[in-house]
Design a protein around this ligand. Structure first.
Ligand SMILES: CCCCC/C=C\C/C=C\C/C=C\C/C=C\CCCC(=O)SCCNC(=O)CCNC(=O)[C@H](O)C(C)(C)COP(=O)(O)OP(=O)(O)OC[C@H]1O[C@@H](n2cnc3c(N)ncnc32)[C@H](O)[C@@H]1OP(=O)(O)O
Length: 238
C-alpha cells in the first residue's frame, strides 16, 4: 500500500531525457532493497500515527506522495548514486564506507529523529511529521535548536531536490519562536517560493499539530548544481 502510494508519482517506464537523469523510478526502486525508516515503528506516539494515517489517506488520490527514507545517503539520491554524488566528492565507495545520512544515524528507534515526509508536487510543498526523541535534547525537555535546523534543512532540501534536482543548501535562516517539547509531534511545512536561474528560494514553518503554536519559521536558498532535469519536470511529463 505504501509503495502504491509512492509509485503514483512515477507513472511507469516513461523515457526520461537529460544527462545522467535523476529518476524517481530508480529512487523509489531503492526502497525494495534498503530499509525504509519513514515507516511507523513502536516508538511513534498516537499523535504521530494519527497524522501519518491522515497523510496516507491524502496519498490515495495522488495529491500527496509518501517519501521513503534510508540510512545510507546514497540510497536517497535519485538515480545512480555514484554519478550523482561524484561532484560532492563522495563517489569513492571506500570513502563512503561507514557513512550514514545524518538524520538516520541512530539504530535505536525513537531516541533521535523520527520523521516521515510527504510531497505535494503541484504545490511544490513538502511536509515532514517530526517526533524528536530524547537524544536530541538541548534545554531540559526540549529539542536542541540544531536538531530543529536539521529537520528543517532536510525538509526544504527534499522539496528543493524535487523541483531542481541536485542542490545544496547555500543559506538557511531560522527564527525560533517556541521550544519544541521532546516526544511531541510537529509539522514541518515547506514550499518553494521562487526559482531564479539556479537559485531555489523556499520558506518553512514548524507548527504544533493543532496549529496553535508556531515553533519556528525559516527561509532557505538552495543552489542547483547542474542542469539535470528536475524531478518535477519528469513527473509532469509522464
Ligand atoms: C544529502 C543528500 C540527500 C538527498 C536526499 C534526496 C531526497 C530525499 C528527500 C527527503 C529529504 C532528505 C534530505 C534532504 C536533502 C538535503 C539536506 C541536507 C543539505 C545539506 O546539508 S547541504 C550542506 C551544507 N551546504 C554546503 O556545504 C554548501 C557549501 N557551498 C557550496 O558548495 C557552494 O557555495 C554552492 C554549491 C552553494 C554554490 O556554489 P556555486 O559555485 O555552484 O555557485 P555560485 O557561488 O556561483 O552561486 C550561484 C549564485 O547563487 C548565489 N549565492 C550562492 N551562495 C549564496 C548565499 N549563501 N547567499 C546568497 N546568494 C548566494 C551567488 O551569488 C550566485 O548568484 P548570481 O548567479 O546571481 O551571481
Amino acid at each position: 500500500m505504501l509503495y502504491e502510494c509512492s509509485s503514483g508519482l512515477l507513472g511507469n517506464g516513461h523515457h526520461l531525457h537529460g544527462i545522467s537523469t535523476i529518476s524517481f523510478q530508480a529512487w523509489l526502486s531503492q526502497s525494495k532493497r534498503s530499509k525504509d525508516y519513514a515507516l511507523p515503528n513502536s516508538s511513534w506516539s498516537q499523535d504521530m500515527m494519527d497524522l501519518y494515517s491522515r497523510f496516507l489517506e491524502m496519498c490515495k488520490d495522488g495529491t500527496w506522495k509518501r517519501i521513503p527514507s534510508y540510512s545510507d545517503t546514497a540510497d536517497h539520491v535519485p538515480g545512480k548514486a555514484c554519478v550523482h554524488l561524484e561532484s560532492l566528492k563522495l563517489a569513492n565507495e571506500k570513502e563512503r564506507k561507514g557513512t550514514r545520512f545524518f538524520p538516520r544515524n541512530l539504530d535505536t528507534e525513537g531516541v533521535g529523529f523520527e520523521y516521515a515526509m510527504f510531497l505535494n508536487p503541484s504545490e511544490k510543498r513538502m511536509v515532514c511529521l517530526f517526533q524528536p526523541g530524547p537524544y536530541l535534547e538541548g534545554h531540559r525537555g526540549f529539542a536542541h535548536g540544531g536538531s530543529t535546523a536539521t529537520i528543517i534543512d532536510s525538509t526544504v532540501g527534499g522539496c528543493a531536490i524535487f523541483v531542481a534536482g541536485r542542490v545544496m543548501t547555500a543559506n538557511l535562516s531560522i527564527n525560533y519562536r517556541n521550544p519544541i517539547p521532546l516526544g511531541s509531534v510537529v509539522l514541518v511545512d515547506s514550499k518553494v517560493d521562487q526559482i531564479e536561474g539556479r537559485k531555489v528560494f523556499l520558506s518553512c514553518h514548524v507548527r504544533s499539530i493543532d496549529g496553535q503554536t508556531l515553533h519556528a519559521e525559516a527561509t532557505a536558498l538552495f543552489i542547483q548544481l547542474n542542469s539535470t532535469k528536475s524531478l518535477q519536470q519528469q513527473v509532469s511529463s509522464q
